[in-house]
Design a protein. Structure first.
Length: 329
């Protein structure tokens, strides 16, 4: 099991579990609820067999395992959110986190549209999103998949077992109860887009794919329409560039978990932003698809870069460094 961790430019840690062997959504279907958008959240008491003593919404199988895992930590609020077309996502929180639920509900459809604008629409656009009530619940919900979380972890993307090459359906995003307080509403919107990108790309992403592309691509999609400046997105990288320090190469996987993780995260974003700027978002997406599911040797990566971008690795690096100089102002 490979759990990947990264530190964002804003100093938050996030986890992304990307193994097909992780199975979270299991068990029989029990009483569920379907709450129309704008109808307001319904609260479920932990001792109720049905929603408010009724049989409303018991036909959505996705909420059954969520209720089983989440309700021991208190009553829950659930929203069913139209996510585009016939897709419907579920957003689950607890009393006291209504504001988190409201932000995620409002941002979900536009976030899915932003991800689809880059990746396409062939992905599971109906994930289950959970905001934990406290650190104990957050740890419990993520440890079930083998993650070791801390108070600094903002969100975890989880995927259930599936046949490689098919679209995963058992996908969940779990937010730390403190995430919104720490990053604000705009930060939650960016974080949601980042996590949804991992959800979207999971079907074609194999374990061992280069982290600079996986994390850089997710952050590129998340920041693409944010209106943030280069220095706002990548403050650590900007400081080093202004001091005259340029990256020697694309960041390695190991750099995402060390003390210099903020730089690795920002550097990965900048490499993907450069590729999209110079070659187009479609070329970046094509490079992701090729590198994320093939051999991860240096030779294979170099061949993919040449095939997709029409440039050698050294040419890519030279162009990226020139682009960085121009943006470090």
């Amino acid at each position: 099991m490979n759990v990947r961790t990264w530190l964002s430019a804003r100093g938050r840690l996030e986890f992304c579990l990307t193994l097909a062997s992780v199975t979270l959504l299991t068990g029989a279907c029990v009483a569920l609820i379907l709450v129309p958008r704008n109808a307001g959240p319904l609260q479920l008491a932990t001792d109720q067999a049905e929603v408010l003593g009724t049989t409303v919404g018991i036909d959505d199988p996705r909420l059954a395992p969520v209720r089983r895992e989440v309700q021991p930590f208190g009553p829950i609020l659930v929203r069913q959110v139209e996510a585009g077309g016939a897709d419907t996502a579920l957003v689950v929180a607890h009393p006291g986190h209504e504001a988190d639920l409201e932000v995620l509900e409002a941002q979900l459809a536009p976030a899915i549209a932003d991800v689809s604008a880059v990746w396409g629409t062939e992905w599971n656009r109906a994930p289950v999103i959970v905001v934990a009530s406290n650190s104990a619940e957050f740890t419990a919900l993520t440890r079930r998949a083998g993650a070791s979380t801390t108070a600094d972890v903002a969100a975890v993307s989880l995927t259930g077992s599936y046949v490689p090459g098919t679209e995963p359906t058992e996908q969940r995003i779990v937010f730390n109860p403190d995430a919104r307080r720490r990053v604000g509403d705009e930060g939650m919107a960016t974080l949601l887009r980042h996590e949804l990108t991992h959800v979207a790309t999971r079907a074609v992403t194999v374990d061992g794919a280069p982290q600079w592309l996986l994390e850089g691509f997710a952050e590129y999609v998340a920041q693409r329409a944010s209106g943030q400046t280069f220095s706002q997105i990548a403050p650590t990288l900007t400081t080093r560039l202004r001091a005259g320090t340029l990256p020697a190469d694309l960041v390695t996987d190991a750099e995402f978990t060390g003390t210099d993780a903020a730089f690795a995260y920002e550097s990965a974003w900048s490499a993907c932003a450069y590729i999209a700027d110079q070659h187009g978002p479609a070329a970046l997406t094509q490079l992701y698809r090729q590198l994320a599911q093939g051999s991860q040797s240096t030779a294979a990566q170099d061949a993919a870069i040449t095939t997709v971008l029409g440039a050698s690795r050294s040419q890519l690096l030279d162009g990226w460094r020139s682009w960085l100089r121009a943006h470090a102002v």
